[in-house]
Structures are given as structure tokens and as C-alpha cells.
Design a protein around this ligand. Structure first.
Ligand code: FES
Ligand code: FES
Length: 166
């Protein structure tokens, strides 16, 4: 092996419920791995510094910045991306509410917003607007001014509570 040659290392994990076995460079971020190796391009990249939240995914159920986590750190774990979350149907109502309220324009922030909103409503089914804004503090949106996003999340929470009470 020549000097400076990077050795790919084996990585096994589960992504959106599927077993995945690949070889990766040790420095590959989880976001790059998902996008480039698995073509899960719903995980967006903005700042690549852990600031904008465009790259949020769930790692063993907890939100993490895919740009800050190395792919090898996810070995043996379960990763959920926006594609898996969408296919699960668990955020169909959130997606509808975003659409109804015009809570997206360019859509670049939307997958990360959706991950955060999903996680928030799982842990707090009745968040007030200030709580929703706080939960979104790590998700940047350059387009909407946030009000419509907060509306969509609050609307979804209210609809879920109504459904649960029936
Ligand atoms: S791309 Fe990861 S936080 Fe911005
Ligand atoms: S809709 Fe464009 S960044 Fe949020």
C-alpha cells in the first residue's frame, strides 16, 4: 500500500428498515454516505457545519446532523431518513399540512423540518407555538419566515389530538 492511500472499511447498519453492507472511507460523513452510496438524496446538505439542520436524520430514533456524524459511527445502528419516514406514512398528515399552509417554498429545508416536527410531536403531542419555534431553532429556512411551518405543525398536532379523542 502506497503512502497516503485511503483504505475503505466495512460498514453494516440498517437504513429505513433494510440491512446495508458497504465499504466506506473512514472520513465519510453519514450524510454523504446516505446520499452518495445509497442515493437517499432527501437528506440535504447546506452548511456542513451542524448549523442549518438540512441534513437531520434519526440515528436509533434520535435526531443527529448527518454532516457531523461519520458513517462508521452508525455501524450497527438503525438510521431513518426522510424517505423512510415518508414511506412509513407516519408523516403523511404533516406533509399535507405543510402543503395546505404553504410551509415550503424552495423545499431545501423541508426534510430536516419534517424530521424535527415528527420527533417533536412524538414527544409532545400538544406543543404551543413557542415550543414549536424552540424545537425548530436548529432548522434554518431562508424562504418562509417560519410562521407557516409553525402553523402546519400546530395544525397537525391539533388534528392528531382530535383523532386520538374519537
Ligand atoms: S448540512 Fe448539516 S447542519 Fe447544515
Ligand atoms: S423553504 Fe426554502 S429554505 Fe425553507
Amino acid at each position: 500500500m502506497g503512502p497516503g492511500r485511503v483504505v475503505n472499511i466495512p460498514l453494516e447498519l440498517r437504513v429505513n428498515g433494510d440491512d446495508v453492507a458497504e465499504f466506506v472511507e473512514p472520513r465519510t460523513s453519514l450524510a454523504d454516505f446516505l446520499r452518495d452510496k445509497l442515493q437517499l438524496t432527501g437528506t440535504h446538505l447546506g452548511c456542513e457545519m451542524g448549523v442549518c439542520g438540512a441534513c437531520l436524520v434519526l440515528l436509533d430514533g434520535k435526531p443527529v446532523h448527518g454532516c457531523l456524524v461519520l458513517a462508521v459511527q452508525a455501524a450497527g445502528s438503525e438510521v431513518q431518513t426522510i424517505e423512510g419516514l415518508s414511506e412509513s406514512g407516519l408523516v403523511a398528515d404533516l406533509q399535507s399540512a405543510f402543503h395546505e399552509r404553504n410551509a415550503l417554498q424552495c423545499g431545501y429545508c423541508t426534510p430536516g423540518m419534517m424530521m424535527t416536527a415528527h420527533r417533536l410531536l412524538e414527544t409532545d403531542p400538544d406543543p404551543d407555538r413557542a415550543t414549536i419555534r424552540r424545537a425548530l431553532s436548529g432548522n434554518y429556512c431562508r424562504c418562509t419566515g417560519y410562521e407557516a411551518i409553525v402553523d402546519a405543525i400546530a395544525t397537525t398536532a391539533a388534528r392528531r389530538r382530535t383523532e386520538a379523542a374519537q
